[in-house]
Design a protein around this ligand. Structure first.
Ligand SMILES: O=C(O)CCC(=O)C(=O)O
Length: 290
C-alpha cells in the first residue's frame, strides 16, 4: 500500500482531473471515436453461471504458465518465468487457486489470450454495445484485436506508462475487484518521456515512466506539465479508452479484467498505416534471422 499512497499524494488526486463517474452507454453505439475515456456500467458481460475464473480453470487449468497463449505469443515471457520460482505455481489452475487463497504473493498475470488459451470460454462473453462496431474480433485478426484477461493481486501494477499498439481504441471490463487507471491524453506525449525512434513502430509507444515514478518530478520534471486522469474501475464497470491515450494501471484489490482492442472507421487508416510502417523492420528481422 506504500506505493499507492505515494502515487496518490503525488498525483494530487483531487487537484488533478479525476474521472470516476458512470455514464450509461449500454444502448448506444459509438460511431464516432470518443475524445475522452468513458466509464459505464456493464452487468451482462459474462454469460455463464460459474464465475469466469472457475470456467477458465475448468477449460484451461492444466496449461503450464510458460505455455499460456497471449496476443503477442506469450502471457508469461521467458524472463518472467523465474518470478514464479519457489511459489509452487506451475499451471493456470495453480495460479487461480493461489490467487483465490491469497497466501502467496503472485506476479501479475497479463495478456491471457481469449483466442488462444481461453478460446473455449470466449462465447460466454458479450462485449458491451459501446465497444462496437469492432472490425477485428475475428481470431485471425488476433494481433490487432486480441481480447485478453488480466489477473492481478492487490498491489500489482502494469508498470510503465505506454499507449497501445497501432492506433486501437481499447475497451476494458472489470470483472472482479478494483483497478486504478492513470490516463494521459495523446497531447501529453511531450511530457511522458516517450522513447524516441520510429524504426520499430511500437517503440515510440513506450515511456520511461513507471507507475511508481508518477510523482518523481525530480527525475521526470516534465510530468508536472501533464494532465493525468485517474479512474477507478469497479467490478461491473467498463472503460472505453480512445486510441493513443497513454496509460498504466494499479490493482487496488485483487482484480480480474478483460480487455479488447477496437478498430473501426474511426481509426482503421491509422492502424493500417502504422502496421505497414513496421513491415520493413519485420523483413530485416527475417532476413538477418534476428
Ligand atoms: O489491465 C491492465 O493492467 C492494463 C492493460 C494495458 O494497459 C494494456 O494491455 O495495454
Amino acid at each position: 500500500m506504500m506505493i499507492m499512497e505515494k502515487v496518490n499524494n503525488s498525483l494530487g488526486i483531487g487537484q488533478k482531473k479525476t474521472l470516476d463517474r458512470c455514464l450509461d452507454f449500454s444502448h448506444e453505439k459509438i460511431t464516432i471515436a470518443p475524445q475522452q475515456p468513458c466509464v459505464f456500467s456493464c452487468s451482462d458481460f459474462w454469460q455463464h453461471s460459474e464465475p469466469l475464473l472457475d470456467a477458465l480453470k475448468s477449460a484451461s487449468g492444466d496449461t503450464l504458465l510458460p505455455d499460456l497463449g497471449g496476443t503477442y505469443g506469450w502471457s508469461v515471457r521467458y524472463r518472467q518465468v523465474e518470478d514464479y520460482a519457489g511459489l509452487g505455481v506451475e499451471t493456470l489452475a495453480d495460479y487461480i487457486d493461489a490467487f483465490r487463497k491469497g497466501v502467496v504473493t503472485l506476479p501479475y498475470l497479463r495478456h491471457i489470450s481469449l483466442n488462444h488459451t481461453a478460446k473455449s470460454i470466449r462465447h460466454h462473453i458479450k462485449d458491451p454495445v459501446a465497444f462496437s462496431p469492432n472490425w477485428v474480433t475475428s481470431p485471425w485478426l488476433d494481433r490487432w484485436g486480441g481480447p485478453e484477461l488480466f489477473i492481478g493481486q492487490a498491489g500489482t501494477t502494469f508498470g510503465h506508462v505506454h499507449r497501445d499498439h497501432l492506433s486501437v481504441h481499447v475497451g476494458f471490463v472489470q470483472l472482479e475487484g478494483e483497478k486504478e487507471f492513470i490516463l494521459f491524453p495523446p497531447d501529453d506525449e511531450a511530457y511522458v518521456y516517450a522513447f524516441q525512434g520510429r524504426e520499430f513502430p511500437y517503440q515510440d509507444r513506450a515511456t520511461r515512466v513507471h507507475y511508481v515514478d508518477l510523482n518523481d518530478y525530480q527525475q521526470f520534471p516534465l510530468l508536472r506539465m501533464a494532465s493525468p486522469r485517474r479512474i477507478v474501475l469497479r467490478a461491473g464497470q467498463a472503460l472505453l479508452m480512445p486510441a493513443n491515450w497513454w496509460h498504466t494501471t494499479y490493482n487496488l484489490t485483487d482484480s480480474v479484467t478483460y480487455s479488447i482492442r477496437i478498430v473501426n472507421s474511426t481509426n482503421i487508416a491509422e492502424c493500417i498505416g502504422e502496421d505497414l510502417a513496421g513491415v520493413p523492420r519485420w523483413w530485416r528481422k527475417l532476413i538477418r534471422n534476428e
